[in-house]
Design a protein around this ligand. Structure first.
Ligand SMILES: Cc1cc2nc3c(=O)[nH]c(=O)nc-3n(C[C@H](O)[C@H](O)[C@H](O)COP(=O)(O)OP(=O)(O)OC[C@H]3O[C@@H](n4cnc5c(N)ncnc54)[C@H](O)[C@@H]3O)c2cc1C
Length: 410
């Protein structure tokens, strides 16, 4: 079949490979080029050990504290308070116990596919060296904070995820650059991280081109279902395909709406600063709990990033947030390079209030498959999503129940 994959981020590129594996003729379409969106500069963490949606009470409890600090881990830009309200209402609904339990179950299912799918994809494309399996740390500033989080870790253990508990000195033995401000940590030995998300995305793209997957630079305007499935573009002729996969991350909402799927997709913007060449700081990713950021030792240098800003797709970045994040990091990591030595970046997480991506057929046509909305976990879940997309297009039974990911669940 001739299949268009809309979006050349991690999800689109991984899907293109999974579809080419099945013998389809695939064209990837992106208005800019590969790695133009969130896939370019994310934190690089293969966080398949995380199983909590953002609507979790553990997160929501921290909202008043976070919002009281305009440069803290969570902010809503004044201009975006009204537009984001319906999304926030859905977030609250997603936090009800029964809904939350459903989301956690679904997340456990998808996350369980994540590492096997990455292992297979990286082996298939000779990218094994881009995946570092050194675990990840969730670090705490006080024993009280650690105790509050303990039930959450126990739930992860109950879900079969390995966790080890470390006191301050044990943490510093693993990560000598961390200061005494860290009182302890939970260590996830099976977590992993990538060499650099940009390099990984580009490697997927180059491998795609090498196996004759086409690339077209064009801005998608709509999908028509009049005769089969046709993609319409800005300023160029429409093209007909046998199947279309929508994988345009945070920009997917208006395109999905053209085929009748109204998905409550918005964006949680995230910020980071990277220090090219600074590779001596951490051995593995560290999440600084309560401070809303992570540090990742990419092969290209240390990256400090995180935070959530609800501000839509159009407002300019506010890198005072990045500076605030850096200031906090100075308390936890010894001898950081100066802020001015770093490169700042802001990216658009494609976020759905229940923290589950949309993976499924369009309501109006089985010829269109949606694969977007991966929020905080799009790198982690991209290879697994690709396999599910291939299953949907082949009409095969997927390995997990996809009803919780259905575009029709809202
Ligand atoms: C600060 C930050 C840290 C993160 N850290 C992690 C992490 O550690 N681990 C993890 O798993 N995830 C992380 N994420 C999330 C992850 O980056 C995203 O979920 C993932 O990159 C989404 O991939 P995608 O392919 O769906 O979208 P994107 O990478 O955003 O790609 C979408 C593509 O669609 C294209 N496009 C948009 N509109 C059009 C149009 N009209 N026509 C044609 N093309 C179009 C864009 O140019 C873009 O290339 C993080 C995100 C951020 C912002």
């Amino acid at each position: 079949m001739k299949i268009a994959v809309l979006g050349a981020g991690l999800v689109g590129l991984a899907s293109a490979h999974a579809l080419a594996d099945e013998g389809h003729s695939v064209v990837i379409i992106d208005r800019e080029g590969p790695a133009a969106g969130a896939s370019r500069g994310n934190a690089g963490w293969l966080a398949h050990t995380d199983i909590d949606p953002i609507a979790h009470p553990k997160m929501l409890r921290q909202v008043p504290k976070f919002l009281s600090d305009p440069l803290g881990p969570l902010a809503i830009r004044r201009e975006y308070v009204l537009p984001i309200l319906p999304w926030l209402v859905r977030l609250l609904i997603a936090s009800r116990p029964a809904n939350l339990a459903r989301s956690i179950d679904a997340l456990i299912g998808l996350q369980s596919l994540a590492m096997p799918a990455w292992t297979q994809l990286s082996a298939r494309l000779g990218m094994e060296k881009m995946i570092h399996r050194r675990g990840g740390l969730f670090a705490f500033q006080s024993h009280d904070d650690f105790r509050t989080a303990l039930p959450h870790f126990k739930r992860q253990e109950a879900a079969g995820i390995r966790v080890e508990y470390l006191d301050g000195p044990e943490v510093r033995q693993m990560e000598p650059a961390l200061t005494d401000a860290i009182a302890g940590a939970a260590f996830f030995p099976d977590a992993a991280h990538v060499s650099d998300p940009y390099l990984v995305t580009m490697a997927l793209y180059e491998a795609a081109r090498a196996r004759n997957i086409d690339f077209l630079q064009a801005s998608v305007k709509a999908i028509d279902l009049d005769r089969g499935v046709t993609v319409r573009f800005e300023g160029r002729d429409p093209m007909a395909f046998d199947r279309v996969v929508v994988a345009m991350g945070a920009w997917s909402k208006p395109i999905a709406a053209t085929v009748g799927d109204h998905i409550p997709l918005d964006t949680e913007r995230g910020y980071n600063i990277s220090f090219p060449g600074s590779t001596r700081y951490l051995n593995r990713p560290v999440s600084f709990q309560g401070s809303g950021f992570v540090g990742t030792p990419l092969d290209t240098g240390l990256r400090l990033g995180g935070a959530v800003e609800l501000a839509g797709l159009k407002l300019p970045p506010n890198h005072a947030r990045t500076r605030a994040l850096y200031k906090k990091a100075e308390r936890f990591i010894r001898d950081l390079p100066s802020f001015d030595q770093g490169t700042v970046w802001m990216g658009f997480r494609p976020s759905i209030p229940d923290s589950l991506p949309v993976i499924g057929h369009s309501l109006k046509s089985p010829l269109v498959v949606h694969a977007f909305g991966h929020g905080h976990y799009g790198l982690t879940q991209s290879a697994a999503t690709a396999r599910l997309v291939a299953d949907l297009i082949a009409g095969r039974h997927p390995p997990i129940d996809l009803s919780s990911f259905s575009p029709q669940r809202f």
